[in-house]
Design a protein around this ligand. Sequence first.
Ligand code: SF4
Length: 630
Amino acid sequence: MSAESGNLQLRDLRVELDAESGVVRAIDGLTLAIDRGETFALVGESGCGKSMTALALMRLLPENGLVTGGDVMLDDPSQRGQRTDLLGLPEAAMRQVRGRRIGMIFQEPSTSLNPVMRIGDQIVEAIETHTALRGAAARAKAIDWLKRVGIPEPERRIDEYPFRMSGGQKQRVMIAMTLAAEPDFLVADEPTTALDVTIQAQILDLLRDLQREHRMGLLLITHDLAVVSGMAQRVALMYAGQIIEVAEAAEFFSAPKHPYAQALLRALPAADRRGLPLEAIAGTVPPLWQRFDGCRFAPRCAKAMAHCPGTLPPVVKLTAGHEVRCLLYAPGGDAGPAAASKAQMPTPQPSAARPEGAASEAPLLDVQNLCVRFPIRSGLLQRTTGYFDAVAGVSFSISPGQTLALVGESGCGKTTTGKAIVQLLRGVATLEGKALLEGRNLFDLNGDALRTARRDVQIIFQDPFASLNPRLRVAELLDEGLAALQPDLDAATRRARIERLTDQVGLRRDALGRYPHEFSGGQRQRIAIARALAVQPKLIVCDEPTSALDVSVQAQILNLLRELQRELGVSYLFITHNIGVVEYIADRIAVMQRGRIEEQGTCEEVLSRPQQPYTRMLLAAVPRLALLPA
Ligand code: SF4
C-alpha cells in the first residue's frame, strides 16, 4: 500500500513476536499514511495485527515483540519538510513524542491509570506536562475535560481514586487524560467498545470536535464497522498481518473490492437480512508463524483461482486512493475486476420461513410484574443496611418459537431479568411477581417440578469460556447437565443425544474428546449452545452471546440460533445492546431503563416508530451502517 504523503507515515513496517509456536510475523510489510485533521480507520477481525500496529508505532511492543523492518515517520511542525523516524529516536525523546505529539487510548483503561493517584492529579499532570497551563488553571481545565467526556459532578469526582469508578468511567477518565495533552495525533484502539451506546456517541462527537478544533489526526482501530462508517474518511482492512484493501470510507462501504471485505460486510446482521442466512466466512485466520507462498485468504476465499494458493498477490492500485491486494485485479488475473463486482456476489437464498409465534397463541413465558431486590450489606458483619431494586416491575411475554430482544444500557436490569427467569438468583435476591412458564410460576417450584423447569429454561452467556468447566472434556460437559436434569436417561441414550447435538451445532465429533481451551471463541460458544440444547429446553436466555465474537463468527452463531429455532421451535430471550442483531433475529423488542420496561412491541413498531423519548435517544445513539443489499 502506498504512503506518498501524510504527516504520519508507516512504511513497510514489520513486527515479529517470539512465541511458543515459533517466530510470529504479526505485521508483515504494513504501509499507511495519515494527515492532520483526518480520521483513518484500521479495521479487521481479532488477531489480524491492528493493535500490534498501534503498539509498534508508539514503541510500546510487548517484551517478546521486535520491529524487524520499516520506519515510522512523523512530520516536524517546527521545521517544514523535516521528518523524524520514531523508530530511531532515543527512548527519552520518544517519551516527549508520546502524549503531546501522539496520544493513545487503549481499550483497557486500567493499564493507563495510576491506581494510587487521584484522577484529577493524573489529568493535571498531563495538562502541565504538555500545555502552558499550571496550578488552578490546569485544575479548572481538568474539570472541563471530565465534563466533556461525560463524568457527572466533575468538580467533586476529580478528587476520587480510580477504584471508585466503574469500568466505563475509568475509560472516560483515561480518554480525558489523553486528550488533555492536546496531541497532534491520537491512536485510539477500540476506544468505545466497552462503553454504552449513549456514552459512545458522546465520546465520538468529542473526538470529531477535537479534530475540527486542533486538526488532530486520528488512527481509529476497531472491529466495529458501523463506528468506522460514521467517523472515518479512509479505511484500511487488515488480514493476517497485512493491509489488503485501503479506500475512501464511502467507497469501501459501497463498493469493497477484496473478497474478504465483501464477505465481512455481508456477514453483518441487519433488518433487510431477516429470514436470510448471513454470509459466514468459513475457516479461520492462518497462523502467522508460517511462510506464505500465496494469498493468505485463499483457503477461505469463495473466488479463489487455481493460482491463488501459490502466488503472492501484489498491491493493485484501482483508483487514486483505492488499493487492493488480490490477484483478481492483477494484470493477467484469470477474471479481472469485473468478477468481483457486486452483481456477481453469491446471493444468499431465504430459508424456509420460521414459524412466527402467533399473537393469539398462549405464551410460553409470561413474566408479570417482576421485581428483583438485592440486599446492600456493609460493615464488618456484612449486615443488610438497605435494598437495591435492580428490576422494578417488569412484564412481558414470549410465544413458542419466538424471540424477544431485551435491550438497554448496562445496569438497566436486563441481565438480572434473564438470571431471575433461569433461577440463578434464588437465595441471592428477593424475587416478587410471577414468571409463568406454560402457566407454572417458576418462582414457586421446588423438588422435581423445579428440576423440570430448570431443564426447560437454559442460558447462554457472553463469555462461554467462563461458563465451561475447563477440567471437563466437551462430552463430559454436555453429559453433566443431561445426567443431572434427566436422570432417567441411560448412558447410551445420552451419548447418542450428545453426538446428535455436536452435529446440530456444527462441531466435529472428535471435539467431544477435547477440552474447552482447545477451541476458538466461536467454537466454545457452539459448545455452550450444545450444552443448553442437551436437555431440550423450551426457552434459552441468550445473554449477549455474540458480543465478544468477530463479525464472521457472529454470523455463524446467529445462523445457528436461527436454524435451531426453525428446527426445534425453541424460544429465545435475547439480551443485547446490538441493534443490528436485534433487527435481524428478534420478533419483538422490550427496551429497559433503570429496572423498568420503557417500551415494547414488534421490531417494526419499536425501531421504526419509537414512542418513548428514551427509546428514541437510545436508537439515535446507535451507529448505523448502510449495507450492501443482500
Ligand atoms: Fe481470493 Fe485469490 Fe484474491 Fe486471494 S488473491 S483474495 S484467493 S481471489
